[in-house]
Ligand binder design. Structure first.
Ligand SMILES: Nc1nc2c(ncn2[C@@H]2O[C@H](COP(=O)(O)OP(=O)(O)OP(=O)(O)O)[C@@H](O)[C@H]2O)c(=O)[nH]1
Ligand SMILES: [Mg+2]
Length: 605
């Protein structure tokens, strides 16, 4: 094997918010990779609109910096569990990882997931204990916890002898000595140079490049992001294109780009270890190989974990359909979903018995919510059903996905949290008292039991608890779980809400609409304080008694309505309900809108 000594390829992996993107930012800055304009933005790698709004990374992205004679390709990966598929693809492009662990939080569920994937691929690890500037940092303990995690995941001896750096990504320094906080990121770059293996290749071997990710350009169409394993890729070259289904086509590389800092720069050729973007392959997908036309040998396709959550996405079928969006037809929705599939191997789209709705399967609520949010911003109107777990039949028995949950709470809330999770069929597997007033609990719970739990968890811990979950395999069906205790208030006709009507309804529960809002029959306008469902008229003009018939419509006396975000709405709805999503609105509705039809359905049950 020969080495490409001038190159290093690394991925930065961690639990959500442990500081990956901040670290990449500082690596770019300290290598002078920024233009003046980029200097001004924090965390430039989080370039998507939704990424900036939510403050999280959604798509893995690559960048490259020059440090002395080295080119270092860096893949910034998302830390949220729902985007684990992105991490798995990122790992296919690199020769080592930087594992970041928050010095106060320690390893959390996604740390475990990404480390497991790394160890399976036998990639070396550089451990960076980040945020050591935090006043609540517990550096030594966290290092121990990470070492235990390696042992727990059956790392071999070679894997467990990793270098450790202590860092504050935010302040822009890393150090091999826990007491030396004076420098910059030089020790990190030096460790990468010394410890991360240079890409290996076989001299004289024909071309092999693995497609690990996709992107699109308005001018060039689809771009395939590949890691070259052997041989060279050249602009204008004809290559064999080994497809996922085993067939081989031939096509020309019309454009070839390498990455420098945040830019894609046109290049003539690329060699082993390079991470490049190529155009010229109209429907190329992830896991395919570009190979030597005379001797095409496909590389092992990428494997990613199966989806565990699904929801139906269909056209908007409410009476208000077409009033706010411009992309409305079944054909448009289906085309859009198909396009999403190409770039997202962790997603699946299945037909349903309806011609205008599809079952979309993914890794979690946030992943699916991000897809829906992206679509509504493009102008789509949609009806989205309750998230459901994807079950499997094993030996004739139904199995469902189980999650591993880690919870940090102040001691006094342990009782509340235990009750909450136990009623949702969770089992506690571990409890550690840090002696700081905080307790860490580990639970195993069916994924179903976590749907909509976040709001209740916040209430039970008065906003002081932290909860993270992560897929932990399949187990036999846990039986019924009652998720929502309360029923809903449902509008029984179409019209505009009035202050008088709402003032009355307030007595019944919590309202989701204010006055002067257009509603329709079957739309959910509030949560009932009781457990049953109630049809109400929120559009009534006058109070029936003459008590408050003063002419004013009492608008100012009504409490402000509870307005759900898309994710909250998806968490809230029950199985026979849906969310109507348009570019401007998120409305909750019954799946069956007609009062009489719904009544007949209830009777049948
Ligand atoms: N105190 C402190 N805060 C930090 C440090 N590094 C990052 N942060 C903060 O941690 C938060 C999350 O940082 P990000 O860089 O977005 O984390 P991430 O790992 O990229 O998050 P995801 O991509 O969503 O998984 C931000 O508010 C950062 O300012 C650090 O060294 N010290
Ligand atoms: Mg990030």
């Amino acid at each position: 094997m020969t080495l490409r000594t001038s190159l290093r390829n690394i991925a930065i992996i961690a639990h959500v918010d442990h500081g990956k993107t901040t670290l990449v930012d500082k690596m770019l800055r300290q290598t002078g990779s920024f233009t003046a304009h980029e200097e001004l933005t924090d965390r430039v790698m989080d370039s998507g609109d939704l990424e900036r709004e939510k403050g999280i990374t959604i798509l893995a992205k690559n960048t490259a910096v020059k440090w002395h004679d080295l080119t270092i390709n860096i893949i910034d990966t998302p830390g949220h569990a729902d985007f684990g598929g992105e991490v798995e693809r990122g790992l296919a492009m690199v020769d080592a990882v930087i594992l970041l662990v928050d010095a106060a939080e320690g390893p959390l569920p996604q740390t475990r997931f990404v480390l497991r994937k790394t160890l399976e691929k036998r990639l070396p690890v550089v451990l960076v204990i980040n945020k050591v500037d935090r006043p609540d940092a517990r550096i030594k303990e966290v290092v121990d916890e990470v070492e235990n995690l390696f042992l727990d995941l059956d790392a071999d001896e070679h894997q467990i002898s990793f270098p450790i750096l202590y860092a504050s990504a935010r302040q822009g320094w890393a150090s091999l000595d826990v007491n030396d906080t004076s420098g910059d990121l030089t020790p990190l770059f030096q460790t990468i140079a010394d410890y991360v293996p240079a890409p290996e290749y076989e001299e004289g071997h024909g071309l092999q490049a693995l497609v690990c990710n996709l992107d699109a350009s308005p001018y060039l169409g689809r771009l395939a992001l590949c890691r070259v394993i052997n041989g060279t890729l050249e602009r204008g070259q004809r290559v064999a294109w080994c497809r996922i289904d085993g067939t081989i086509e031939h096509a020309k590389i019309t454009e070839l780009f390498i990455t420098e800092a945040l830019e894609r720069i046109p290049a003539q050729s690329a060699g082993p270890g390079d991470i490049v973007a190529v155009a010229g392959f109209e429907d190329i997908t992830i896991g395919e190989t570009l190979a030597d036309p005379d001797n095409p040998i496909a590389l092992e396709p990428l494997h990613v974990d199966e989806p565990s959550l699904s929801m139906t996405i269909g056209i908007n079928t409410s009476p208000l359909a077409g009033t706010e969006g411009k992309l409305l037809t079944a054909r448009m929705v289906k085309d859009r979903l198909d396009r999403e599939l190409v770039g997202n191997v962790a997603l699946r789209v299945l037909n349903t018995e309806r011609p205008d709705a599809w079952e979309v399967q993914g890794r979690g609520e946030l992943q699916l919510a991000v897809l829906i949010e992206t679509m509504r911003r493009e102008g789509f109107e949609l009806t989205v059903g309750k998230p459901q777990v994807v079950t499997r039949t094993v030996d004739g028995k139904i199995h469902e996905p189980v999650e591993h949950v880690t919870i940090d709470v102040p001691e006094e809330f342990v009782g509340n949290v235990t009750t909450l999770l136990a009623t949702r069929k969770g089992t506690m597997t571990d409890m550690v008292n840090h002696g700081t007033g905080w307790v860490r609990l580990e639970w195993r719970i069916p994924a179903r039991g976590l749907v909509g739990i976040r709001t209740e968890f916040m209430t039970e811990t008065r906003g002081g608890g932290i909860m993270h979950s992560n897929f932990d395999g399949y187990a036999p069906w846990f039986g019924d779980i009652r998720l929502r205790q309360n029923g809903v208030l449902v509008a029984d006709r179409r019209g505009d809400t009035t202050g008088n009507a709402l003032l009355d309804l307030e007595q019944r529960g919590t309202l989701f609409v204010g006055p002067g809002v257009e509603v329709y029959e079957g739309m959910i306008v509030g949560e009932n304080a009781r457990s049953d469902e109630m049809n109400v008229n929120p559009t009534r003009e006058k109070k029936l008694t003459n008590m408050r018939a003063s002419g004013s419509d009492n608008t100012e006396r009504i409490a402000p309505p509870t307005i759900f975000s898309l994710e909250q709405a998806l968490e809230f709805i029950a199985d026979d309900e849906a969310v109507e999503v348009t570019p401007q609105s998120v409305r909750l509705r019954k799946a069956v809108l007609d009062v009489a039809a719904r009544h007949r359905l209830h009777k049948k049950k």
